[in-house]
Design a protein around this ligand. Sequence first.
Ligand code: ZN
Length: 107
Amino acid sequence: MGQILKANCNCCGFTKNVSFGGNRSNFKEVCMLPAVDMKKGELLSLNYYQKNENEDIVFYNVKKLHSDFCNQNRIHRNFDTVIYMEGNYCPICKTYELDFQTYLMTD
Ligand SMILES: [Zn+2]
């Protein structure tokens, strides 16, 4: 279920590889998910299951990081966790032009 996703912004050209999901041995403890540090304007990959005390960190399965006008059917799924392939918030230029495309399957 693990994937490396390539984040790509159609507006400012920002790209970064992020992790999504876990793998066969650790999927109960690990669900990697792209997230934004709203304060620093940084794209991160963090373990969604690990308790996060930092209020500036928002994961991409949260509605506010995602445009209502994108294609709602094009998703990446890891069990109950879903993120959208397009229409995501770009922390660099602050538009909803960021795509997540599969770059590599990790198991
Ligand atoms: Zn951008």
